[in-house]
Design a protein around this ligand. Structure first.
Ligand code: 8OZ
Length: 366
């Protein structure tokens, strides 16, 4: 029987366990959206598969300056950011870990104060989200977006490809394309948001076109075996209204991507960070559209994770909040040890407090 603690090869990446550290926005990058030494310490603490994660998915990371939506989130679009990430991937690999970077464009979930020249955010639509973001000085409403012109879309696709190339330069084992949680790709996928009349709007095969072009460009550059995809078929996060035919939409999206041989698909089940039964969706049917490794996420307890892998419902389980508060979550799951409590006040922004100071279990006395 397969367990959560068994190794798995996903695409071209060898993992020591099925325990994944989920992508977690922590807003601690240095000026210029540059990853720093504190971030390297945080990831390194969670990197040893004997005590931490079999795979780390980094916090969401901007592919280009226009893709930023929150204060102090890291980027991967210039040499300084590549060098910052290189220190992190080196630290993770030195502990035997594996790490992929989550590549992110927020689309309309942004604010003019965060964007080059104070420009408007871009999206599939010119309609604003009823959502907030975190900027200098605190939370504020997101800014009204402008709809991308059709002739601008290849440039955004190219930014994903360049970021994937920079990911390998920075020493990552691969990338996860963030197509979840109400950000740019989901803004194209869902008919509750996408109101376009060009080839990127309307029927399902048009709304999946942007995702398809991004995944084709990225896999052509770095290979499907180093590429994963995150989806959240029913999440309401960031004012993402439900698609009128979510099951058909997401099943078709994955069917269209089959020729790319992606390493993994990572699915947020239910409302991100909330109710797992937020809306009905047949995740098993979605999985039948995909041949690679199936990663599940959202509120998994130890027992749920053990059952999901043992029963074959999932190949990998991603843990978010438990990994924030427990650098040695892998060991604690193995030993069925108690977990540290999470301090919600230190989730976003700040320094070491609530970031690198959560204690590991004491090592066994000599
Ligand atoms: C929490 C705060 C800011 C961003 C996501 C990248 O939901 C995020 C995010 C989460 O995917």
């Amino acid at each position: 029987m397969t367990t959560l603690f068994d190794p798995l090869r996903i695409g071209e990446i060898d993992l020591a366990t099925r325990i994944v550290m989920a992508p977690l926005t922590r807003n601690r990058a240095s000026p210029g959206q540059v990853p720093n030494a504190l971030m390297a310490e945080y990831y390194a603490q969670r990197a040893d598969p004997a005590t931490g994660a079999g795979l780390i998915v980094t916090e969401a990371t901007q592919i280009c300056p226009e893709g930023q939506g929150y204060l102090d989130t890291p980027g991967l679009h210039n040499a300084e950011q590549v060098a910052g990430w290189r220190r992190i991937t080196d630290a993770v690999h030195a502990r035997g870990g594996r790490i992929v970077v989550q590549l992110w464009h927020v689309g309309r979930i942004s604010h003019v104060s965060l964007l080059p020249g104070g420009q408007a955010p871009v999206s599939s639509t010119a309609r604003a989200a009823k959502s907030k973001t975190y900027i200098a000085g605190g939370f504020d409403d997101v800014s009204a977006p402008r709809a991308l012109r059709t002739d601008e879309i290849p440039g955004v696709v190219a930014a994903y490809r360049r970021a994937a190339e920079r990911a390998l330069e920075a020493g990552f084992d691969g990338v996860e394309i963030h197509a979840a949680n109400g950000y740019l790709i989901e803004q194209f996928l869902r008919d509750s948001i996408n109101d376009r009349s060009d080839g990127y709007g309307g029927p399902i095969e048009n709304r999946t076109r942007f995702l398809r072009e991004v995944m084709q460009a990225v896999t052509r550059a770095i290979g499907g075996g180093r590429t994963g995809l995150r989806l959240s078929p029913v999440t309401p996060a960031n004012d993402a209204g439900p698609d009128s035919h979510a099951q058909a939409l997401y099943e078709q999206a994955l069917a269209e991507l089959a020729p790319l041989d992606l390493a993994f698909v990572h699915v947020v089940e239910g409302a991100t960070g909330g109710a797992r039964d937020f809306a009905p969706f047949d995740y098993a049917a979605l999985r039948r559209r995909f041949k690679g490794a199936w990663m599940v996420n959202n509120g998994y307890s130890r027992q749920m994770a053990l059952d999901a892998v043992a029963g074959g419902a999932a190949d990998l389980v991603a843990f978010g909040k438990p990994f924030i508060a427990n650098p040695d979550l892998g060991r604690r799951l193995r030993e069925d040890a108690a977990l540290n409590a999470l301090d919600p006040a230190t989730l976003y922004g700040g320094g070491a407090k609530g970031y690198t100071d959560y204690p590991a279990l004491a090592t066994a006395a000599a």
